[in-house]
Design a protein. Sequence first.
Length: 265
Amino acid sequence: MTRRLAPHNLPTRRLLRVWQRNWLVYRQTWLISFLPPLLEPGFYLLAFGAGLAQMVGPIAIPGGTVSYTAFIAPALVAINIMQSAFFETTYASFVRMYYQKTFAAMLATPLTLEEVITGEILWGASKAVIGSALMLAVITGFGLVHYPHALLLLPVALLGGLAFACAGMIFTAIVPSIETFNLPVFLFITPMFLFSATFFPLDNLPAWAQLFAQILPLTHLVELCRTLALGRPAVSTLIACAYLLIWTLILFPLAIFAMRRRLVH
């Protein structure tokens, strides 16, 4: 197996077998997986819409103002994309790699390491798309999105899912144990959850914090989701899309390289 893993091979369509394997497992627990993206946005929207929104008032955005509930609804979709993809390629992938030995079993087949890791990343992005579709259905019921622009949230979920799935896979390659994931969650995920224009506009932050927020990928994902959900695409939408694409193109080969070092050397 070591001899076959040595060459660096481009992934082929055989990676879809990895995706298919994870999909078949997901179907066994689909009800549990469906509940969080269905219930979570409802809880947030009811809490913020019925409570905090009355205190905050309308939020100014380019082109006008929106209610606070409409402001945070697309951000909830973006947060779901981030968490679905990241946690799938961290905790779930680590369990498959270290405890269940699923990676070793797959590498005993004609699958290459590149195909296994790419399949894992693609599955993480797929989980983000599934969760986003469910959340979009819930938010639509509240009348907080505008069609047809909101349909573009699904390809955005795929792009954002790929970006965060690649990031998660890099952490999986470097953490010594599953408990160590607490560090990237605390230092990487939590700051984005709080400071990426999710629950308040970036204009409310000091200048240095606004600059820091622009580095965070979730800021650009929130921008994409918000402009499309509200039916107000702008130049910033294209910039945000380009940022996530570049992020993915950089992190994907890094994820492959890091996982190769972990599994082969």
